[in-house]
Design a protein around this ligand. Sequence first.
Ligand SMILES: [Fe+2]
Length: 394
Amino acid sequence: MTQASKLEITPLEDQPFGCLVSLPGYCDNDPLKLNEEDFKTLFNAVHTHLVVVVKDQAKLSPKSQYELTKMFDPTIPEPKQEGFAGYGHGKEFRHEQSVLRKDGTTVKSQPQVQILGQGTFEANEPGNENGEAISLTHPSHTTFHHTPLSEDEIKNQHKTRFYRWHIDSALYDLLPPVVTTLLGIKVPPATEMQTISYEDSDEELKLALGATCFFSGQQAFDRLSEEEKQFALNTTVEYPPHPYIFISPAGATSDGITMVSEGKELAFDKMPEWEPEKIKRLPMVWTNPVTHKHHLQVHGCCLYKLHTKCPDGSIKTLGLEDARKKVHSMIRPAISPSRVLAHAWSEGDLVLFYNRGVLHSVTGELKGVKNGNDEKRLMHQCNIASGIEPVVVQ
Ligand SMILES: [Fe+2]
């Protein structure tokens, strides 16, 4: 294969957005060696195409992945001490009451990099440099959705769900990371397919087993009615303290957009200690600093209230149940099959996505689907809380 002297960008075929990037020859396949001009091209590609795929990166070390991720956000503070909570979720990630608790383990030598996947990996298997066996559990909608698929639908009809549409973020104390990088080191064959059926229409999305799905926050904003756009532009989303603990007793809607409202959320006085000043109130629309386009960026599962500034200057607030209904109605059209980028993983794929410009979801049932056995998977994920707030520029 001849390699070009500059970074090359190819939009993904038959997908609503996203691009493939090939590294220039002088990099020796190491994205950290990009010169200033080519890194700028990559930076702009991530902000413009929102999801960028770089092939053949299985050997990228956790240290390099961390350094690459950090390059997208100069406001990320340097780690100061052991156990520094500056990565995507900090301490929120592993709390025993949190819905995120089983979602991964940490690379010992580079704690900002998480190991995600399914199955047991012995010490020194590719992707496990921790010096001991690790056991990973792929998040399945069966433990998060209010009414999951039946065993027959999963094992015989090969169905799956969008697990949870989200922005990578603690949504308490820490600010949302700008970019997330995901490296597929061991993945099931992309030739195996599963299907997502939509409960409220006869649409279907066929996708490779374990595909990571994205929708563009910009496309989601663009398709809103004029009235909805004004609502979105003037609304602040309030998240509860420890959002992933707050929602843990509740179940998600079958499309993974929000939670079913049954009053099951954990009462604030039953939560681990929290501080009012760490509560997050973020605009519903975040303006892309490169394209200056508006992105609808709201975490429908974790939200608590919506506060909307009316034309007369007064503030109208929607409580939990109404806020969920409103956000669901705004996001639902954005997850129709033609608007979803379902990335089918090949080993060595490095996916960089603009976490402040897309929402994404895990899909795929990996347990007991291969003649009763589990599919194995191992990925490295890195995202680090930013030092700056996302803003809407009116
Ligand atoms: Fe994520």
